[in-house]
Design a protein around this ligand. Structure first.
Ligand code: FE
Length: 346
């Protein structure tokens, strides 16, 4: 298969997969998001992101399958109240850090197998996402059930609140004059964010008690990187739980019933195995989502935390000093997006 074909297939794949991400779940309808081991509720967030993670077989059959199912899952998800957008991403590589992760490369589209399929859905409240998985369970079960044969790991669907974000709108060349309007309005961060951009997702596990210091350090680091060539924006995300039904974690009876069908006969009375905030992890988990003109430019930008003296100090003191695990940076291509959520973060 030539590169063009492969590109098209990936695009189609995402269309299909697009919302499988959001796909299977429901859960706790509690009021605030309480940390499992702590008494303090998580602060309110302008929007919540459910990130449906899976690893799928990297072959032609997977892409065909997702092409068939994805659009239907997207449409189903988008009809639910509280839905404000989505971004469907397929992995393209990782960031090797000098010698660490040296077996990886920025572009591994053909070599990576399985391939990460990371699908965000964005919601006004995290409860809206839970309700979606509960109320649309039968439809989503049928649609996603048809795709399970390509899944090697997952689905696992953590839910995040937004700690800090700078996410400009996605634009095509036809909208280039909008940049002039932004400048007239003296917006503080103006970028031409293209549909072909690269998404970098960086995992960080933080020492309990160091959350505030880490958040300040991570924000300072990303602000310092904002001047890098190709930098298009970022979000600092803190995990506040996991959606049980989105992760395919039902009560044991329903779990058994779900394996007795090809999708036409959903479990009689599926109940989520846990409430979303009950799965708030300790030690805390953060993701830094950033967007770049190209993966090569992201690689150059991230290298500043090692080769730029000033930024290295900000990153060492503010981020590295507070970690239990990370950073590990993966690159993705956004294959499909409803970008309305971005306006809610500005
Ligand atoms: Fe979901």
């Amino acid at each position: 298969m030539n590169t063009f074909d492969m590109g098209m297939n990936r695009r189609n794949f995402m269309k299909t997969a697009a919302m499988a991400a959001g796909a299977i779940g429901l859960s706790g309808l509690g009021v605030g998001a309480m940390r499992a081991g702590a008494a303090e509720p998580e602060p309110e967030s302008p929007i919540y992101l459910a990130l449906n993670m899976s690893k799928v077989a990297n072959n032609e059959e997977s892409f065909q399958l997702m092409h068939k199912v994805g659009p239907r899952v997207c449409i189903t998800t988008a009809t639910h109240p509280g839905f404000v957008g989505f971004q469907a991403n397929i992995q393209t590589g990782i960031l090797p850090l000098a010698g660490r992760f040296g077996g990886g490369k920025v572009h591994m589209e053909k070599e990576l197998n399985p391939l990460r399929n990371y699908q965000y859905t964005m919601w006004k409240r995290w409860q809206d996402h839970d309700e979606f998985h509960q109320q649309q369970f039968k439809r989503v079960f049928e649609l996603c059930g048809g795709c399970l044969s390509m899944v090697i790991e997952g689905p696992w669907e953590p839910v995040y609140r937004v700690v800090k974000a700078k996410m400009p709108p996605v634009r095509s060349m036809g909208q280039i004059t909008d940049l002039g309007k932004d400048m007239q309005e003296k917006k503080p961060f103006i970028r031409f964010v293209t549909p072909q951009r690269c998404v970098a997702i960086a995992e960080h596990t933080v020492r309990p008690g160091s959350e505030k210091a880490f958040e300040e350090g991570a924000i300072a680091t990303m602000e310092a990187l904002s001047d890098s060539t190709g930098f298009l924006g970022y979000m600092l995300l803190k995990q506040m739980g996991v959606c049980a039904l989105g992760s395919f974690m039902m009560d044991p009876k329903s779990m058994g019933q779900s394996l007795e069908t090809l999708g036409a006969n959903p479990p009689d009375d599926p109940k989520p195995l846990f409430k979303t905030p009950e799965a708030n992890p300790s030690p805390p988990e953060y993701l830094i989502h950033s967007e770049w003109d190209a993966a090569e430019l992201a690689q150059l930008g991230f290298a500043k935390v090692l080769v730029n003296t000033g930024i290295r100090k900000i990153h060492d003191d503010g981020v590295m000093a507070h970690l239990i695990r990370g950073p590990y940076i993966m690159f993705f291509q956004p294959m499909m997006e409803e970008p309305g959520w971005r306006a809610k973060l500005s």
